[in-house]
Write a protein that binds this ligand. Structure first.
Ligand SMILES: [Zn+2]
Length: 371
């Protein structure tokens, strides 16, 4: 794993890598100068580590950037663009990636302080209606429902109205189903059933790496949980671990199951040789709309829980989405839309002042020539 989820201090190399990964700018990263093929821009976060390479690049006229990235995210791509002469990248400006957690999960019947009725059909239809013309949402759902007696049943038959509403959203093209674990509960249901605090301790409602476990469960066990979700819901693109209970094994499990992205404040891209956390991408709650989130020109993840729609009523989500549009959100994307903008590395050349794009994902692009 490169980088971290919470944008703590990062080594300058990982700071650059996380920025390029978030922006969809292709890169290769090497610890050994011999692995450098000499193509493209040479980025040396610590030039003293590779002194002769910096000199060679300077002598040969190869585009060269040295040192850590600028503090301000919007300045980082400008530095790259000026060194290259031009930069082509996916247009992620004003992209609001929507993440709705928990539909289908039984914690809404079990956990004290979290209990709520099912989301009203009118609230689902209000959400789908608001999204048509604005974009799409990823619904991080759980297809396994745990009864009070510990029995595991199919959530689709137990929580039928919720799943019928989700199917309407999927059929309308405004919702994708994504993985939020299988049950949202600790996988040891016997231990949960025997625990006196099973209805009061939120730690029981974490599935991949429950905080009750001092050591992270084997990645294969976590991959099986993701596999059960996939058997019920399809391949999927992205994972949100219940209650942010995850570890390095979770990233491996998600990658082995073919998922592309993990979200936990930042975005982890699983399509690189090493899972790589973004820099400059945040996940504010849906009721925290504001223009400041969009200044980096990178995607913003807006997330909420089905509980908000159950408690807040049909207007809750549409009103907050309206505020995001006022704050600069131009398009709402599902995680699959973001993965699509990342999956084809852009190949472009600057020839006689003209940018020629040889290969690019089928999404809107930003082409900028240096001033
Ligand atoms: Zn959840």
């Amino acid at each position: 794993m490169w980088g971290d989820t919470v944008e703590g201090w990062a080594d300058p190399a990982l700071d650059w890598i996380g920025t390029l990964a978030a922006a969809g700018v292709p890169f290769g990263a090497h610890a050994d100068p011999a692995a450098d093929d000499g193509d493209g821009l040479l980025l040396l976060p610590d030039p003293e580590a590779w002194p002769s390479q910096a000199q060679q690049a300077a002598d040969s006229g190869r585009p060269l950037v040295i040192g850590p990235p600028p503090e301000v995210h919007a300045d980082r791509l400008r530095v790259i663009r000026e060194a290259l002469g031009a930069l082509v990248r996916p247009d992620l400006d004003g992209v609001l990636v929507l993440r709705l957690d928990d539909p289908g999960a039984s914690l809404r019947e079990h956990l004290d302080g979290w209990r709520h009725p099912p989301v009203a059909q009118s609230a689902w239809d209000a959400l789908w209606g608001t999204l048509s013309g604005f974009g799409r949402v990823s619904v991080f759902c759980c297809p396994g429902w745990v009864e009070r007696d510990g029995l595991l049943v199919d959530s689709r038959s137990r929580d039928r109205d919720t799943w019928q509403a989700l199917e309407r959203g999927v059929a309308a093209g405004v919702a994708d189903l994504e993985c939020h674990g299988h049950t949202h509960l600790h996988p040891n249901r016997d231990a949960w059933l025997a625990a006196p605090d099973r209805f009061t301790n939120p730690d029981w409602y974490r599935e991949l790496w429950p905080p009750l476990e001092p050591a992270e469960p084997d990645w294969r066990d976590q991959a099986r949980i993701i596999g059960r979700w996939q058997s019920a819901c399809g391949q999927g693109t992205a994972l949100v671990a219940p209650g942010e209970g995850w570890g390095a094994g979770t990233l491996r499990a998600a990658r082995e199951r073919g998922l592309k992205l993990v979200n936990s404040w930042g975005i982890c891209r699983l399509d690189f040789p090493t899972p790589t956390w973004s820099r400059g991408v945040g996940s504010p709650y849906l009721d925290e709309a504001g223009p400041e989130w969009f200044t980096a020109g990178l995607p913003v993840i807006g997330y909420w829980h089905e509980r908000d729609m159950a408690v807040g009523g049909p207007a809750w989500a549409p009103e907050h989405l309206e505020r995001w549009r006022d704050a600069g959100a131009r398009r709402a994307w599902a995680f699959a839309d973001l993965a699509r903008s990342y999956e084809t590395p852009i190949e472009a050349y600057l020839e006689n002042g003209e940018v020629r794009v040889v290969r690019a994902p089928a999404v809107p692009l930003i082409t900028e020539v240096a001033a």
